[in-house]
Design a protein around this ligand. Structure first.
Ligand SMILES: Cc1cc2nc3c(=O)[nH]c(=O)nc-3n(C[C@H](O)[C@H](O)[C@H](O)COP(=O)(O)OP(=O)(O)OC[C@H]3O[C@@H](n4cnc5c(N)ncnc54)[C@H](O)[C@@H]3O)c2cc1C
Length: 340
């Protein structure tokens, strides 16, 4: 059985991985007054965070439903990133309206006929589509770089790759080891039984004077204004190959998306590629192993930006005996997989 840990924590926490998950968890640990060290593999390690669009958006699907736990997550997200910008002295949080055009006249009629049932406070209806509030984007690369500098200045960041043989000595030195390894987590012997379902994604960075820079456009993908007439266009999904290279089919798909957005004149300036740490039941993996002082903070799929702050707070709260991680995110749901 999993139990809420209510012991006093005297030794540092070791976090493995400085992608978005390890970074956000490390900041939360520091905010809670605990000591932390972070190990991260060299930059050549293939990640998700360095390719991310960084969008947060509380509305999902053709039926414009609010996302899972949207009220809780989005109330938490704004003060979290605003506070972190102050701590790091760096801007990376950009609230921005998001526009979802109706797919076609038929869909428009279908949605308008159900407007009263659909309405959930994140939507403002217009003739051509809906405006989504509480949306925007995080410049994940800037957040990660500024955090790394901050951790290095505190002497708590180390460029090191964890291997399982390291474990016995580490468990003496650290109170607990939390794995934030992104899709590499599926190779970790502690977590390989969990249902990872990684999804490779590709994204295009362009320069164009055609689209508006005032809002994110979301129609079969997204067009995200970065400023200075630069945009991110995304994103693709693949489940059959996970090489760190871009592939031509994905490139074609992204160019087609530009067609939907009626962008015909543009200059390609970059291609980004990563693997999302998605899961079979589309819920994160958060929690401690039932019998060892090792834990996992992973499985945030394509919604890391909006999910991680809330769940980092809940996870650290659980260690301190103050909170419980939501049952749908906690790895308590897999207790049958762990032999104790
Ligand atoms: C194309 C694309 C677009 C996306 N767009 C969005 C978006 O708009 N909004 C959104 O919320 N999300 C988006 N995502 C998803 C987002 O990137 C992820 O949710 C998030 O970044 C996952 O972060 P992570 O830290 O779990 O994993 P990763 O970013 O993969 O980081 C894992 C880290 O752990 C390190 N590591 C792994 N194993 C070890 C080890 N043994 N020892 C030491 N270090 C190790 C790696 O080097 C890496 O630094 C997108 C993803 C892709 C690919």
């Amino acid at each position: 059985m999993f139990a809420v840990s209510n012991v006093k924590i005297n030794k540092p926490i070791l976090i493995i991985g400085q992608g978005l998950s390890g970074t956000i968890l490390a900041h939360q640990v520091l905010q809670s007054g605990l000591d932390v060290e972070i190990w991260d593999s060299p930059e050549t390690h293939f990640t998700s965070s360095w390719a991310a669009g960084g969008i947060f958006n509380p509305v999902t699907g053709r039926k414009l439903e609010a996302t899972w736990l949207a009220d809780e997550l989005f109330a938490f997200l704004f003060p979290f990133y605003e506070g972190l910008e102050k701590t790091l002295g760096q801007r990376f949080f950009y609230p921005m309206p998001l526009f979802r055009p109706f797919a076609n006249e038929e869909m428009k009629a279908w949605l308008l006929a159900r407007k009263d049932q659909i309405d959930h406070g994140f939507l403002r209806w217009a003739d051509e589509g809906v405006w989504v509030s509480k949306s925007g984007w995080v410049d994940v690369a800037s957040l990660l770089s500024a955090s790394r500098q901050n951790f290095e200045a505190r002497n708590i960041y180390f460029q090191k790759t964890f291997v399982a043989n390291d474990l016995p000595g580490l468990l003496e030195k650290y109170d607990r080891i939390i794995f934030c390894e992104g899709f590499h987590g599926q190779q970790n012997p502690f977590w390989k039984e969990l249902g990872f379902l990684p999804a490779k994604g590709q994204l295009l960075k362009i320069k164009s004077k055609q689209p508006s820079e005032d809002y994110i456009l979301n129609k079969n993908g997204f067009l995200l204004p970065l400023g200075n007439h630069e945009f991110k266009v995304g994103a693709t999904y693949r489940w059959d190959e996970f090489s760190p290279e871009t592939i031509p089919e994905a490139q074609v798909e992204l160019q087609q998306k530009l067609g939907y957005f009626q962008v015909t004149e543009f200059e390609e300036i970059d291609n980004l590629v990563g693997v999302r740490p998605a899961t079979q039941d589309r819920r994160p993996f958060v929690g401690m192993h039932p019998s060892l002082q090792v834990g996992i903070f992973n499985g945030f799929g394509s919604k890391g930006v909006s999910l991680m702050p809330y769940f980092a707070d809940a996870f650290v709260g659980e260690w301190l005996g103050k909170k419980m991680v939501h049952s749908e995110a906690s790895i308590r749901r897999f207790s049958h997989l762990f032999s104790v």
